[in-house]
Design a protein around this ligand. Structure first.
Ligand SMILES: NC(=O)c1ccc[n+]([C@@H]2O[C@H](COP(=O)([O-])OP(=O)(O)OC[C@H]3O[C@@H](n4cnc5c(N)ncnc54)[C@H](O)[C@@H]3O)[C@@H](O)[C@H]2O)c1
Length: 441
């Protein structure tokens, strides 16, 4: 049976890359919850109840009553950002939360001043900030980030650190076997300052793992989704997770597609488009950055509604006549700021191929949906480390758009929301000393 998680013995440091809309909404919400002034709605670790035991022994318990989760009062925050604004200023600038929901924790937010970012403008052309490390090489970047982590530990006395990427999406870095497959090649490329193949995010991830901190990738960047990083996670015995917070449209997709699949309805096409106007939208307006997002968003449907498994239902529609047509668009539209509006048009068909349509119009709030995921991913990866789990944490797929999987072995990721939920529940059961008892078929 899997290992039971050890109880924490001190504070948890949460170091966030990027102090923008998502991070400040996350931090402010945690601080407000601590004061009893807000509720962490949407967070599985704070609300969900799981069944443990069977028959007469059956109980439904919150996660904290099954596993030794870190308490919200024991979290210390730090962040890196390209812009020097502190967490208070950045939360105000982001315009996600109303001032009345920020002011009560202003004193604590003001103290979160971003450390200099490990940044390369070629990876996010639209960012202009100058709170940036002066790094000679990628290896130098790594060294400086490691130093930041050590210093933060010393200054705050935290026992453990988790590093979460909630920074802008970087340009797409295609996986290059010569650099990204073996750890020694990755390290060599960092030392040789191979700026094309080594994104700044990889430097953060490498530094975190070396310093004994789990690393979570909340954007679609390939960062820890490469064999060299899997090797490093094995070597350092650290959990990693990614990629891309599953918040609005993809959450709907991974929850809705199973309705079509389970009832054996057919699909001709699924068109998803949305408008958003925050800084994330601005960065994604750049085609090379959007490409990273597109790859991540497209992967969801293909593993839930599989053309090869059901050619009659999913085997027509697109250019090559091999499967349904699936298109994803993101449009930068400043007036909406963080309040994203998404439209999904789903062309399905039923009995004797008669066509029907489903329209979903989701008027969501990006950072409001992402903040609870940040909390859950941070608390659960810290828990996983204490349970001796390392490498890619598949049970965290529930929170991610494009779950990491071993593509070198043709592993298929689980994208089906309810199968992912079974994986999550079973991992919690195991880390609490119970048996995993639901099959994923
Ligand atoms: N909100 C959602 O629903 C959602 C869903 C999935 C993924 N994401 C991802 O989360 C990330 C954050 O989103 P956001 O809305 O907070 O964006 P944001 O633009 O408000 O904040 C990102 C911050 O990261 C900083 N940054 C960029 N590169 C950096 C680097 N190398 N080091 C340190 N800081 C860096 C930027 O200066 C910016 O302040 C984005 O990548 C976004 O794609 C968000």
């Amino acid at each position: 049976m899997a290992e039971k998680a050890k109880a924490p013995n001190g504070k948890l440091g949460v170091m966030i890359v990027g102090l923008g809309a998502v991070s400040t909404t996350f931090i402010t919400g945690v601080l407000m919850t601590r004061k009893g002034l807000a509720k962490p709605v949407g967070s599985m670790t704070q609300y969900d109840k799981i069944r443990v035991g069977r028959g007469a022994d059956k109980k439904y318990l919150k996660y904290k009553d099954i596993v030794p989760l870190a308490d919200l009062n024991d979290i210390e925050f730090a962040a890196w950002d390209v812009y020097p604004a502190n967490a208070y200023e950045s939360a105000i600038n982001a315009e996600v939360l109303k001032e009345k929901d920020i002011e009560p924790v202003k004193d604590e937010l003001v103290k979160i001043v971003p450390l200099k970012a490990a940044f390369d403008k070629n990876y996010a052309k639209r960012l202009e900030g100058d709170n940036v490390k002066d790094a000679k090489t990628r290896w130098d970047m790594v060294e400086q980030i490691r130093e930041d982590i050590r210093k933060f530990k010393e200054e705050t006395g935290v026992e453990r650190v988790v590093v979460l990427w909630a920074a802008s999406t970087e340009v797409y870095v295609p996986v290059n076997e010569k650099v990204h497959y073996k750890l020694e090649d990755l390290e060599k490329a960092m030392k040789d300052d191979d700026r094309e193949n080594i994104a700044p995010s990889m430097c953060y991830a490498y530094a975190a793992l070396k310093e004994g901190a789990p690393f979570i990738m909340g954007a679609p960047n390939t960062t820890v989704d490469i064999p060299a990083m899997w090797e490093l996670a094995e070597q350092t015995k650290m959990p990693i997770a990614g990629k891309d917070f599953k918040t609005g449209q993809t959450l709907v997709k991974s929850g809705f597609a199973p309705i079509i699949g389970t009832r054996c309805l057919g699909l001709n096409g699924w068109f998803s488009t949305n408008i958003l106007g925050n800084r994330d939208g601005l960065v994604l307006d750049e085609p090379a950055n959007f490409r990273t997002k597109e790859v991540s968003k497209l992967s969801t449907l293909e593993s839930i509604l599989v053309p090869e498994d059901q050619p009659d239902l999913y085997g027509h529609g697109n250019d090559e006549d091999t499967q349904y047509y699936h298109k994803v668009r993101i449009n930068y539209y400043p007036p909406r700021n963080d309040n994203k509006e998404g439209w999904d048009n789903i062309d399905i068909f039923g009995w004797m191929n008669y066509p029907m349509q489903i329209k979903i119009n989701f008027l969501c709030r990006d950072s409001i949906l992402a903040a609870p995921l940040c909390l859950d991913l941070v608390l659960l990866s810290d828990l996983a480390a204490r349970a001796g789990r390392y490498g890619t944490q598949r049970f965290l797929s529930f929170f991610l758009k494009s779950p990491q999987h071993d593509y070198t072995e043709d592993e298929v990721p689980v994208n089906h929301l309810f199968q992912q939920y079974v994986m999550l529940k079973n991992a919690i059961r195991e880390m609490g000393g119970y048996e995993a008892d639901e099959e994923i078929d």
